[in-house]
Design a protein around this ligand. Structure first.
Ligand SMILES: [Zn+2]
Length: 438
């Protein structure tokens, strides 16, 4: 007797959809069989006309991010609810930046406490600021706690978060030995500091120009070609950045350099900054020109993963100030992330939400695949359903995509064999678990 059976759907296996039924027992996928062989189970869900996929993984979210005057709108409860409605069953948040090894435990405990109300599974990345301590010690401690990834910034010197090149090199060298992954927010700090652009929303993009990203990625790739190691560039905004990597460092791509981008850079452009609602779209790095967006779309095959960089604020908070520098930066995006990208790219987007982030972030084969023995994290998706994006289940009162009409909607989401969302109704409990990554 199985606990749950998803029957009569088309199931995603080995990169394509096949008519297969999926049976679940004790939180795991137990059997995948042809639909003419019906097995007995406590509950069945008829998936006729639907696609059955592995639960999605968002490797880049910010929950309870505290910026002083502002704090992002979502806590674990609301963020994980929005995620569940979008088919996301695992997300990876960031520990607050640390400058010394001894701060690690406190930052980890703080996040673990916050995450107790999560509806979905979660993990963390360690984050460093202007780190001056022992790199090997920090990585070792992080690994021992199930966190094989360290995030650092090449910018934000004004808030003491910029990591020195000396330390960046140490982290990259260490990743050769330990297999850790170095996540990098790549924007050139000097270019940003010297941009001398007036502090206005309409021209916000030129205060952190495309060039700042492209040059910094070039610089980092140069370091990697010398030292090897494993880096993962978060939220790549420009198609030109990808083209540069393809041309100058083809052998490093997919081996030493991994690339993440976000739905906002494919679906929105900097033109919105010139509208009355420009404030609502402020984030860092900024939205780019339609040319860069077009190039990014053309290079989708090179992008390994899609993360949302989820960091929503409320309308009033975004609109409190006129000066761009004072507006809290960040957008919400968990709930419609997959639908937005499926709408643009179809089935080729699926690995970027499943097996790729699972492999790159050490969640595989527990997560990211429909196979016997893996966690029964599953999404039932209606590829034909057209719908209009609303503000969703986030605690923010708007979505940057609100009003867009797109095709392809998540209908049900299953976490470790338990229905979390069933036909667009939340039915599950706050039973998300910390997933140590090995
Ligand atoms: Zn981020």
């Amino acid at each position: 007797m199985y606990d749950l059976g998803l029957i009569n759907g088309k199931t995603y296996r080995n990169g394509h959809f096949t008519p297969l039924d999926v049976y679940v027992k004790k939180e795991k996928i137990a059997e995948i069989v042809s639909p003419d062989k019906k097995l007995s189970c406590k509950k069945t869900v008829d998936c006729s006309g639907k696609l059955v996929m592995p639960g999605f993984i968002d490797p880049h979210v910010h929950i309870n991010l505290d910026l002083g005057e502002f704090k992002t709108s979502d806590d674990y409860e609301s963020a994980s609810k929005a995620a569940a409605f979008g088919g996301i069953t695992t997300f990876i948040d960031f520990l607050e930046p640390i400058n010394k090894v001894e701060e690690f435990h406190e930052k980890l405990q703080q996040k673990q406490k916050e995450a107790e109300t999560s509806f979905i599974d979660y993990s963390f990345h360690t984050t460093v600021g202007n780190f001056k301590d022992d790199v090997d010690k920090l990585v070792k401690l992080s690994l021992e706690n199930g966190i094989p990834s360290i995030k650092l910034f090449t910018t934000y010197s004004e808030s003491n978060r910029r990591c020195s090149y000396e330390k960046i090199r140490e982290f990259i060298e260490n990743s050769n030995l330990t297999g850790s992954l170095i996540l990098i927010h790549a924007e050139n700090d000097e270019i940003i500091l010297n941009s001398n652009v007036e502090d206005q929303i309409a021209i916000y993009e030129s205060s952190r120009p495309a060039n700042a990203e492209i040059e910094e990625i070039d610089k980092l790739a140069e370091i990697v070609s010398e030292l090897k190691g494993r880096i993962y560039i978060v939220h790549v905004t420009c198609g030109s950045s990808i083209e540069l990597l393809k041309e100058k460092y083809p052998d490093l791509l997919q081996n030493n350099i991994f690339v993440e981008s976000c739905p906002q850079y494919f679906n929105l452009s900097k033109d919105v900054y010139e509208t009355d609602n420009g404030n609502l779209f402020l984030l860092a790095p900024p939205l780019r020109s339609t040319d860069e967006q077009e190039k990014l779309r053309k290079n989708i095959a090179i992008i390994n993963t899609v993360g949302t960089d989820h960091a929503p604020f409320r309308r009033e908070e975004k609109q409190r100030y006129i000066a761009a520098s004072k507006v809290p930066k960040g957008l919400g995006g968990l709930e419609y992330s997959f639908s937005l990208m499926y709408n643009l790219f179809g089935e080729q987007i699926i690995p970027k939400y499943t097996i790729n982030p699972a492999v790159i972030h050490n969640l595989f084969p527990k997560k990211g695949i429909i196979q016997e023995g893996s966690d029964a994290d599953l999404v039932i998706f209606n590829p034909e359903k057209e719908f209009k994006i609303d503000s969703g289940h986030s605690q923010s009162d708007y979505s940057p995509y609100e009003g867009m009409i797109i095709k392809g909607l998540v209908e049900s989401t299953i976490l470790r064999g338990n229905l979390l969302v069933e036909n667009r109704e939340l039915v599950g409990k706050k039973e998300g678990q910390f997933i140590p990554r090995k």
